[in-house]
Design a protein around this ligand. Structure first.
Ligand SMILES: *Cc1c(COP(=O)(O)O)cnc(C)c1O
Length: 389
């Protein structure tokens, strides 16, 4: 059966060039980067080369990039350790209602530790209004964390404006750039952010490796304690193969960034055009102007999203309801709720994310199957339609 993968925001396949770069470090070049003999030094050099490659993709100096186990770890480290460090100065944190669970649940945890969190609203497009953010600042505010780009609806946030506000009030600013990396040009020094989280497996690298950019001069206590790895900031023997893979993936992403953006945006626009032209009662969630190039989040009215997802899965098409992380739970997406999508429409919403291996044929096949499946489900549930939902 034909397989069509349209869930690149959940994860991506490792590119051949990336795998090829990683393989020797499993077997021949397996030395522990902390050891002193030659094969260990080769590993050490490979880690530092990967650090340069990741740094280069975000405009950082290599010394400002710290490898972690995931985007989740980077988010936890940035937010929880900044909060602990600054607690004597103030206990107020500003974030948004649409953060990834890695950030959202870190802030919920901090609420149990005596912190006050302001959860900013977003507009219908999913954007934070910088004026709202500045109005929420108090003399107790010690941290602002607003994501660079949203994983469900693809909205790109006004990170530069927010960084300016944070700087003006001398507040540490972190942004979760896991979805933005490889999809939006990022220059940390130009943006003026203090910390950003990134992850390898969203940019065609291996799973289980991420990084935290920490601006030179910023103090951030360790999350993990132990050996002297990562310039004494993140203990534990390095995930050598993972880091090498992340480095290669970052290099490739940098080389093809504008081509990648143009290709995925054009396929996404074609997809949205076809779906809205051929299937009645559908609408796109989130604004089109500030949006990740490969993201389409669409509500199919009078349809149960889970049912549609399963019918498409039977045709070999992999998509997602909202975000992969919440698909096991039945709670409606906090992101769609925040942009004002009513509950019954949230249940009919699906996320399609396009990537480097998507073809126009894949899109045509998907639109055909979508049209058939939506019609089938609407016929079954015509009673529901009469009931008005
Ligand atoms: C995937 C994702 C994460 C988590 O990254 P992992 O490496 O899977 O832990 C965090 N934030 C956003 C926006 C994501 O899309």
């Amino acid at each position: 059966m034909r397989q069509v993968y349209l869930d690149y925001s959940a994860t991506t396949p490792v590119k051949e060039e990336v795998l090829k770069e990683m393989l020797p470090y499993f077997t021949k070049k397996f030395g522990n980067p902390s050891s002193l003999y030659s094969i260990a030094q080769e590993s050490k050099i490979a880690v530092e080369e990967a650090r340069e490659r990741v740094a280069s993709l975000i405009g950082a100096n290599p010394g400002e990039v710290f490898f972690t186990s995931s985007g989740t770890e980077s988010d936890n480290w940035a937010v929880i350790e900044t909060a602990r460090l600054k607690k004597s100065r103030g206990n107020h944190i500003i974030t948004t209602k649409i953060e990834h669970h890695a950030l959202l649940h870190s802030c919920k945890y901090l609420e149990t530790q005596g912190f006050d969190v302001t959860w900013l609203d977003v507009d219908r497009d999913g954007r934070v209004e910088p004026g709202d953010l500045e109005a929420a600042v108090t003399d107790k505010t010690v941290l602002i964390s607003v994501m660079f780009a949203n994983n469900e609806i693809g909205t790109i946030e006004p990170v530069r404006e927010i960084a300016e506000i944070a700087k003006k009030h001398k507040i540490t600013f972190h942004t979760d750039a896991v979805q933005a990396l490889g999809n939006v040009p990022i220059d940390v020094h130009d943006l003026g952010v203090d910390m950003i989280s990134v992850s390898s497996h969203k940019i065609y690298g291996p799973k289980g490796v991420g990084a935290l950019y920490i601006r030179k001069g910023l103090t951030l206590p360790n999350l993990l304690h132990g050996g002297a790895q990562e310039n004494r900031k993140r203990a534990g023997t390095e995930n050598l193969t993972g880091i090498v893979g992340f480095g290669k993936a970052a290099q490739l992403a940098g080389l093809s960034l504008s081509e990648h953006i143009a290709k995925t945006a054009s396929l996404r626009n074609y997809f949205i055009g076809e779906v809205t032209a051929r299937i009645p009662d559908v609408h796109v969630n989130g604004g089109m102007e500030h949006r990740l190039p490969g993201n389409a989040n669409i509500t199919f009215e009078y349809v149960e999203g889970e049912a549609l997802l399963l019918l498409l899965d039977m045709k070999g098409i992999a998509i997602s309801t909202g975000s992969a992380c919440s698909s096991a739970s039945l709670t409606p997406s906090h992101v769609l709720t925040a942009i004002g999508v009513p509950m019954e429409k949230i249940h009919g919403s699906l996320r399609f994310t396009i990537g480097d291996f998507t073809t126009k044929d894949d899109i045509d096949y998907t639109v055909n199957e979508l049209e058939k499946s939506v019609t089938k489900l609407r016929n079954i549930s015509s009673v529901s339609k009469e009931k008005g939902w």
